[in-house]
Design a protein around this ligand. Sequence first.
Ligand code: SAH
Length: 286
Amino acid sequence: MRKIANNDIGCNRDLRRNAVVGTPFAVSTKPACHVNSENGERQSSDLSVMFLTTVQLRSITWRPARSYIAMPDTQNPPRKMMFQLNLRRRGISDQAVLRAMEEVPREMFVDPTDRADAYLDTALGISCGQTISQPFVVAYMTEQLDLQKQHRVLEIGTGSGYQAAILSRLCNRVVSLERYRTLAEQARERLAKLGYENVDVIVGDGFNVPRELGNFDRIIVTAAMEEIPDGLADRLDPEGVLIAPVGPHHGTQTLVRLARRSNGLERKELVDVRFVPALPGIAREL
Ligand code: SAH
């Protein structure tokens, strides 16, 4: 299996063995939102990967070309350029995915105190002890979904709404389920304000997707599942694709891609990642 942790930006060998950080367990410096009532545990983080990425990005001097100076987005051109460059360097090549990553303003999805870090390739803490995923992982999962304009996509784990916004640029409709009411409401409001009209955010449990939502062309799970429930794979249309981080909650997971073929499900293991856990049921608090 291919591992793609940071090796493109020249990190040392030990760090190369680390998993890509999708949504690392949130060690929040944020005002404590309610700790998850089900697991109630404090979560740890793979900070070495994030720290290294941050330091290396900051250590590169960037001289913008003339054409970039005139770009309308002057919020922080060098950082945004580094953001795109990093995605390309790490192997993202689908032009539509790169365009979506460029167009969606990540600074509007992170906590206001983290805006300066919005274009670093790291996951960041959001409300309710959850995280917005690392941009590279968002781009990678999106690319692996092989989206088409007419597709209807189910996301499990709305979080900030960032992944849903990226998907919405590349398909017809996104239905996103979130077990925290607070996160769902915030994401719904944010997406509406930013004009992402083809996203429906629903408070719900990804282990029990409401029947009335029907089946989907694509399913993306953005929280770690110990295994993919049969009931979820059953919601894929013919030729449908599902991608999910599969593995132990407090360890490294593997991104798994399932494709529905005429003779059954084709399974492929992609890369190692770390995501916050997928937990059953609607959160009791918040
Ligand atoms: N995609 C998000 C990040 C996801 S973090 C973004 O772009 O910001 C994982 C999210 O999955 C968390 O918000 C968590 O509350 C949610 N989650 C965990 N288990 C779930 C379940 N069973 N159903 C729906 N959402 C779930």
